[in-house]
Design a protein around this ligand. Structure first.
Ligand SMILES: Nc1ncnc2c1ncn2[C@@H]1O[C@H](COP(=O)(O)OP(=O)(O)OP(=O)(O)O)[C@@H](O)[C@H]1O
Length: 297
């Protein structure tokens, strides 16, 4: 797969404090990359450096293999943490204006604004000044502003914070559509369940250091535990006496257990089948929250 955005060994300090330490990761087109980390981990600082709002002390950020130019930035869409739409301007005018700034013709900017506001369920508010909108609707307007020029790279700082569950689903669907159309999407979030559901790739940062990066599936496999779940008919309590089994949870017919290294989980399955029907048997994959806790330690 071709990488479009490459962050390579980026360092950045504020005064004495180094807030980014050798940060490296890449973002692929057509994929959603979740950027996760605790408060103060360095997500916003990294995003600002990608967008050229802030300079790195050392290290490079490249777009399609070359340092990022002003022209490249026209192809980027950014939703900054500090938001920053003009409060007195109407939502529609504002999104059109930002589209024009990114090089769209007046007609294209209008057409795309109408379509996007419709898609984000904000069309009815197009004529209202931003300051009159609820925070959640202001957030949707911000997302429209970042998307209006059909960017090839979308960088979104906490796009889901402050949205109600229905708005989350709408925005999520819009981001998926953008990725499916070929855009590279990098977004930060604290909401791990959401990131887990949404993203293809992950970058986990703690104290300014990337602790894990890669596809969500690969990360889950790398951090897979030798842990299994079984469901049988009747009581599963016998499982605690099987060789190599450490029983973690027992709830009637269901059990979750770890296997000691080298022990054979298939032997447990055979043993279960010898006792009666087995309704379910398989490895338990760690959740993103569990992987996160493990890698940031
Ligand atoms: N302009 C600045 N001057 C001094 N320190 C700064 C500045 N910007 C960020 N920092 C510090 O850098 C560290 C990283 O901040 P950053 O905003 O990148 O983290 P974050 O991961 O985005 O956190 P959050 O989730 O809270 O937004 C923090 O300790 C922050 O206080």
């Amino acid at each position: 797969m071709t990488t479009v955005l490459n962050v390579e060994a980026v360092n950045r300090s504020f005064g004495e404090r180094q807030v980014l330490k050798d940060v490296s990761f890449s973002v692929e087109p057509g994929r959603l990359t979740g950027f996760v980390g605790a408060n103060g981990a360095g997500k916003t600082t990294t995003m600002r450096i990608i967008l050229g709002v802030l300079a790195a002390d050392t290290g490079t950020v490249t777009w399609r293999g070359a340092p990022i130019s002003r022209n490249d930035r026209q192809l980027f869409g950014y939703m900054p943490e500090e938001r920053g739409l003009y409060p007195k301007m109407t939502v529609g005018e504002q999104v059109v204006y930002l589209g024009r700034l990114h090089g769209l013709s007046a007609a294209d900017a209008k057409r795309r604004t109408t379509a996007l506001l419709e898609r984000l369920e904000l069309a009815e508010r197009a004529g209202d000044p931003v300051e009159k909108l609820s925070l959640g609707n202001q957030q949707r307007a911000q997302i429209a502003a970042a998307l209006v020029h059909d960017p090839e790279l979308l960088v979104l700082d906490e796009p889901f914070s402050g949205l109600d569950p229905i708005a989350v689903e709408t925005v999520l669907a819009v981001l998926r559509e953008r990725a499916r159309a070929g855009a590279a999407v990098l977004f930060s979030s604290h909401q791990l369940e959401l990131v887990e559901r949404l993203c293809d790739d992950l970058v986990i940062i703690a104290d300014g250091t990337v602790r894990a990066a890669g596809s969500r599936i690969a990360l889950r496999e790398q951090h897979a535990l030798p842990r299994y779940r079984i469901e049988v008919d009747g009581d599963a309590g016998w499982i605690r006496d099987e060789p190599g089994v450490t029983l973690l949870e027992l709830d009637g017919a269901q059990a979750v257990f770890d296997m000691t290294a080298g022990a054979d989980e298939q032997a447990v399955l055979r043993s279960a089948l010898g006792r009666g029907p087995v309704r379910a048997f398989g490895p338990v994959r760690p959740s993103l929250a569990e992987i996160f806790r493990e890698v940031i330690q």
